[in-house]
Write a protein that binds this ligand. Sequence first.
Ligand code: A3P
Length: 321
Amino acid sequence: TSSDETLPENYYGDLPTRGGWAKPLVLYQNYWLNPERLKHIIPVREHFKPRSDDIILATYPKCGTTWLKALAFTITTRGRHGFAAGGHPLLAGGRQHPQEVVAHLEVPNPAGDLTGIGEMPSPRLLATHLPLSLLPPAVATCGCRVVYLCRQPKDAFISWWHFANSMRGGSSPFIEFDDALSMFCEGFSPFGPFWEHYLEYWKQSMERPQQTLFLKYEEIVSDPVEVVKKLAGFFAVPFTEEEERGGVPEEVVRLCSFETLSGLEHNLAGDVARGDSIVVGKSMFFRKGKVGDWENHMSKEIAKKLDDVIEDKLKGSGLVF
Ligand code: A3P
């Protein structure tokens, strides 16, 4: 389906629109979305047919999508590629960016369409930033596996603020920190409200733990080897004893680490290949890769504003940060 062909020009004409981030966002089914992205989201909802053996990596943006894509790709393709620099797609031999090795549902391929996903052989490894409620309902019931990754919202916000300011292009004004924080706290951010996004997948992971694995960025940072093993098991390709003895989980962690990936020449220059007008430089997906960077940007008093929102919105859900 070419999304441009299936939608009328005024496809978001009646939806509420609000400016403040790099581009004005529209409110669609309770989520604030970039209209350029929405153009492709509507066809995904209508045409994406999940399969029972799909693996879907779902993330709130800036919560570690790039990392999760690298990890999931490396785990599931480890039989095909060794870990040597010359042979691995993510290393010097393949020169691919982690964003390019896993197809993103609502981002058209470089040819500008969304058809590729329907034609991919099974089992498919896919990614999305869409909240569960914007995916076809079959995702929740068809048996496919979903890994959801979120992050301490204060760090996710800091990462967003930096990212949005690098994305804004020459004509848009700089997004002031205080304005961005107020918008984020109101739930007005791309794919926001963030708490709704987190909570939809959180509830799903409680109801269907076999199908939905809920992860936090901080959890991967604190024990990456354990998470890599957990992911392999969840993907139904657990490490054999021999692989564990041979240190394969550790190799995966090393290959996908911030230090390795952010230091590769091919991840430092050029833009991620995609088929829409949202241009993102490859290096923009690597900034610091640290837990707790919010402390370098906010006083405890300012942080409390977001802490109060987090506490209030997640209250009673069992999800805590
Ligand atoms: P920071 O801005 O806090 O550094 P996404 O991939 O969802 O856009 O998230 C980007 C965030 O993940 C950025 O966070 C980025 O630095 C961090 N990141 C990217 N690759 C990573 C990796 N391999 N390991 C850990 N963090 C990574």
